[in-house]
Design a protein around this ligand. Sequence first.
Ligand code: CP3
Length: 358
Amino acid sequence: MPAAEACPAETISGASRFLRACLRQPVDRTPVWFLRQAGRYMQEYREVRKHHTLVEICKHPELAAEVTITAAEKLGVDAAIIFADLLLPLEPMGLDFEFQAGEGPVVHRPLRSVDDVRALRTDRVGELAYVARAIEKVAAHFRGQLGIIGFCGAPYTLASYMIEGGGSRNYIETKKMMYRDTTAWSTLLDKLVAVLTAYCKQQVEAGADVIQIFDSWVGSLSLSDYRQYAFEASKRLVRAVQQMGVPVIYFGVDTAGLLGQMAATGADVIGLDWRQPLDEGWRAVGPGHAVQGNLDPITLFAPLEVLEERVHEVLRSAAGRPGHIFNLGHGIVPGTPVENVQAVVKMVKEAGTKGLRD
Ligand code: CP3
């Protein structure tokens, strides 16, 4: 079928399609973007990385904007997520970190005591203004055509990096502080909420249309522990960002047992991972929220017919209900064929919102 017939002229901008879906308003077709759409799987990004470290790219607004824009345009998605990293706020709080090749982030002096937590600064968020400057450049480039997503880590997930000193399998140090030193834990989360709120405000004032809060490692918590130790701080952050006048996407991985409680933060959109069919996840989230997801990112390595089957499965599962944003259940990984990512965009565009309801 010729492309023009399969994919009729689009009637609204990517930005309004994406924003309308966040607010559960009807759209002409399901909006689509990808977690980690700018990254090492993309040749253009690897070229920039040959000359600059990850943190250098983040700290130079013209580079961060270029990487953001290139990825969004190459893929033809409806929204651009600003190129930055979850850990950037650690630096103005007084914790130095680096990205070591093959090992991910390493925090040099992880938090272990209430005194370490008390020493954290909350008054230097202004130092993160380079992210806002990059957002301004992206906004000036797209002029309202694509949605612009700002982001930050959720208090629990950032706390886990600050305490473990990097990624973790069992989160033992994090949970030790959480269970045994309630004062240190609640002081830490309070400080994170203060810093992250100010950081999001800079991003919104610079032109972010939506803020995504990444609680990537919240799936390490039982429902009881999430309720008792992490939920309130996330909820405060979600509400503070909504007060700024933008919708919030709240995302986590391995969250099947937590979805109802995550939705109770009041986030407009809940990000779903791929371990559960989208309709089941949406049922757990409840009807008052939009959902984002939830293709397994590794499906992008499958042959096109399998990929298409899975893309259609996600769309059928959403059944054209207002409030679905097509995405992956987690980020694109290095080595992913970029043409398969582009193929998914085409599949979502061609499917529209109709055709796949049953
Ligand atoms: O388009 C985009 O989405 C890219 C922008 C982006 C990056 N990090 C750049 C990055 C975003 C949204 C993030 C968020 C982020 N950072 C998260 C939450 C998202 C998720 O995956 O759950 C997390 C947990 C981090 C922390 C982090 N940063 C880790 C664990 C790593 C190492 C991963 C690895 O595979 O090495 C990073 C590094 C990182 N951040 C890369 C990119 C493109 C890859 C490293 C590089 O370019 O050197």
